[in-house]
Design a protein around this ligand. Structure first.
Ligand SMILES: [Mg+2]
Length: 278
């Protein structure tokens, strides 16, 4: 009798825990598909899909790197920066979404219903599985063959340098070493890092998916989203600066939120819609 009683209690507890687990699972699924979650990341689905699944994106990257090779040759001859020509020539390129593809990180955020955060980004970088973007390796190796060094100036955190170097070595990038890697120590402003390189090199081409990869003058977009400042500098695009498309994130998005990412998800959605020209 006693054994039957113990067995009954155990069965009851087991079934209760199973039901609870099932309930939690159901609740989790509901939470991950809640309006709040969709508000947080649904707008990133199309952007990330475009980056990963549009052949147009692949073609644009090939096109940009082909053009970058042409301008590398032309600038090598003309030295458009008109600075001392006794220094060796160099290229400065950004890393993320310029030569390495981190869109699987964003896809993971969408799946989990999360937003960008430093912890999950650091974990992604440490996985070292970002792949080279179409045409990136060909361009970098072309520059190396021409005797032009490449410097990687990125706002990845400086304490992620080992993982970044390893990722880039595995992908086959030339100059993927600590001497050619200028990551973010204190500020996301890349001016000092660029100037540091300019002390010893003539930088004949810059590549990036964010206009701040070229010059900090593009940092503050102002009321007109930076269109005026780009207009004033239009001659540099396609000559000294090669810009890559990034519909997933960037300074442009910050401008939509008027520099304030702390706004609620609902508030951000409203600002996105309000910013559209109708
Ligand atoms: Mg970038």
């Amino acid at each position: 009798m006693k054994n039957i009683l113990i067995l009954s209690i155990a069965t009851f507890l087991f079934l209760t825990s199973c039901c609870k687990e099932k309930e939690e699972k159901v609740e989790k699924i509901i939470i991950n598909n809640s309006a709040d979650t969709l508000l947080k990341s649904e707008h990133l689905v199309m952007a990330t899909l475009w980056f990963q699944k549009s052949a147009e994106m692949q073609a644009i990257y090939y096109q940009n790197f082909k053009f970058a090779k042409m301008m590398l040759d032309e600038n090598f001859k003309k030295d458009r920066f008109k600075i001392k020509k006794t220094k060796p020539k160099a290229v400065i390129t950004d890393i993320d979404e310029t030569i390495l593809d981190n869109s699987p990180y964003n896809a993971g955020l969408i799946e989990k219903g999360e937003s960008y955060n430093k912890e999950s980004w650091a974990a992604w970088v440490n996985e070292k599985r970002a792949e080279a973007l179409p045409g990136a390796l060909d361009f970098c190796n072309y520059a190396k063959e021409k005797g032009i060094e490449i410097f990687y100036v990125s706002n990845r955190s400086a304490d992620r340098i080992d993982a970044t170097v390893e990722n880039m070595v595995n992908e086959g990038f030339p100059f993927a070493d600590k001497e050619h890697m200028y990551l973010k120590a204190e500020t996301s402003n890349k001016t000092d890092r660029r100037n540091n390189i300019l002390e010893n090199y003539d930088v004949i081409l810059l590549l990036g998916d964010n206009l701040r990869d070229f010059d900090e003058i593009f940092g503050n977009r102002g009321e007109d989203f930076g269109f005026n400042i780009v207009d004033k500098n239009k001659d540099k695009f396609g000559t000294n600066f090669i810009v890559f498309p990034n519909p997933i994130y960037g300074e442009w998005e910050k401008a939509v939120y008027k520099g304030d990412f702390s706004i609620s998800d609902e508030g951000k959605r409203k600002m996105r819609v309000d910013a559209l020209d109708k």
